[in-house]
Design a protein around this ligand. Structure first.
Ligand code: NAD
Length: 398
């Protein structure tokens, strides 16, 4: 079978979530197969067993492997011969199901690609990290914005000292879709995101603030020290925040801000980050992801384009491109870059070889735990009128 990996076969994927009417499951599947290194062979696609089976045809999953629940999928797949059963599970359910599904998957020996935020609570995240540590599974978390070639380029430039010492990070994720109370009109994605039993302690800050925070952390490698946050509900009686900002002090003395909104009219998925160093500053927007702005006082502003053949393109950024410059690459490709890096590790594991578990190219369980710590400390700080609270989790990585 043709495959682009090192294993001589494709990895076999099972998915939980992604049923009819859902959003991110389809993105996971498209990204997962983009490089011809995996194929989707099984799924527990919905919380409703009938809908789960009815959704199988949308993905060409054989009915014999369209399961009514994730427990059934893990039990039945484990009973299959090793050359048939799934290698990994992608988790694309609402947040409250991440922990039970991920825990069961890891305990069954399946690698995981789990969506963010990692779990419903920090305690669950820490418990899951302990379970993963005891296992031999690869665990990736889809903080997918880290997969953009120019985000990786920026990280390499920062880490090599090209910007000098980093002194300020401004990260934003601005949306407008929850300006009205869509949750009261039966909009499914709005309904669970505004329900604390399914979303977690935060709404907007957990859903998209975590992406902005993760981007600043991963692009600079700076370790956080303290956080002061204010979260607001601007569409009551919605029970969770739909807007918020946080100020972060980093260990090196840098200052960061994270602003997240779901109530800004007309704003779509405006993730943007600006980083100021002593030698240069940079700016990247995910709605224009094939350009990176780099500025130095007294010099013309530089625009780095996503160009695998440009002499300035650093090795990881180059390896993260699939198309020549000028053919736009975007969300699917960046998502696929998270999968691609996780596959490198899964293929090593399948060959019985050791693989890196902490300093991975893909966002891993440590980043997931950090995201949960960010959420819990933001909520706690906001409840204490912006009190400064610690933000460096013991699992935080550079
Ligand atoms: P959604 O409501 O559109 O889809 C969720 C799917 O999960 C549905 O098919 C639902 O039936 C299924 N599901 C629920 N409980 C299940 C269970 N017990 N077993 C099997 N399936 C079950 O939600 P969404 O917008 O796709 O979000 C899903 C997850 O992805 C969330 O955690 C969200 O935070 C995350 N997300 C990430 C990104 C990203 O860019 N990384 C973007 C959107 C959503």
């Amino acid at each position: 079978m043709a495959t682009n990996g090192t294993l001589g076969r494709k990895l076999r994927m099972g998915i939980v979530g992604g049923g009819q009417g859902s959003f991110i499951g389809r993105v996971h599947v498209t990204a997962a197969v983009l490089d011809n290194r995996a194929s989707l062979v099984a799924g527990a696609l919905s919380s409703d067993p009938e809908r789960a089976k009815a959704s199988a045809a949308d993905y060409d999953i054989d009915l014999s492997r369209a399961y009514g629940s994730y427990q059934e999928m893990f039990d039945r797949e484990r009973a299959l011969p090793a050359d048939k059963r799934i290698d990994f599970v992608s988790i694309a359910t609402p947040n409250h199901m991440h922990f039970p599904v991920a825990k069961a998957a890891v305990e069954a020996g399946f690698h995981c690609v789990c969506d963010k935020p990692l779990t419903l609570t920090l305690k669950e995240a820490e418990d899951l990290a302990a379970i993963v540590k005891q296992s031999n599974v690869v665990f990736a978390v889809t903080h997918n914005y880290t997969g953009y070639p120019l985000v990786r380029q920026a990280r390499e430039m920062v880490l090599s000292g090209e910007l000098g010492e980093i002194q300020a990070i401004r990260a934003e994720y601005i949306q407008g879709w929850l300006r009205s109370r869509l949750e009261s009109e039966g909009q499914k994605q709005a309904a669970w995101r505004t329900d604390p039993t399914k979303s977690g302690a935060a709404g907007c800050f957990g859903d998209i603030g975590t992406h902005a925070y993760n981007l600043g952390r991963s692009m600079t490698g700076l370790l956080p020290d303290k956080i002061s946050a204010h979260l607001k509900i601007f569409e009551p009686p919605r029970p969770l925040d739909d807007y918020g900002h946080a100020v972060i002090r980093y260990e090196n003395g840098a200052l960061g801000t994270v602003t997240a909104s779901q109530i800004s009219h007309g704003r779509e998925n405006d993730v943007r980050i600006q980083i100021d160093g002593t030698k240069a500053s940079l700016e990247w927007h995910q709605e224009n992801p094939n350009q990176l702005f780099v500025r130095r006082n007294g010099h013309p502003h530089a625009i780095y384009t996503r160009d695998p053949n440009a002499p300035y393109t650093l090795p990881l950024a180059k390896a993260s491109c699939r198309l020549p410059s000028g053919h736009p690459e975007a969300f699917f490709e960046a998502f696929a870059n998270v999968y691609r890096a996780a596959y490198d590790a899964m293929e090593l594991a399948a060959a019985g070889k050791p693989f890196e578990r902490v300093n991975t190219v893909y966002p891993n369980i440590c980043d997931g735990v950090e995201g949960m710590y960010f959420i819990e400390q933001s909520v706690a700080s906001s409840k204490a009128d912006g009190a400064w609270l610690p933000l460096k989790h013991p699992l935080a990585r550079r």
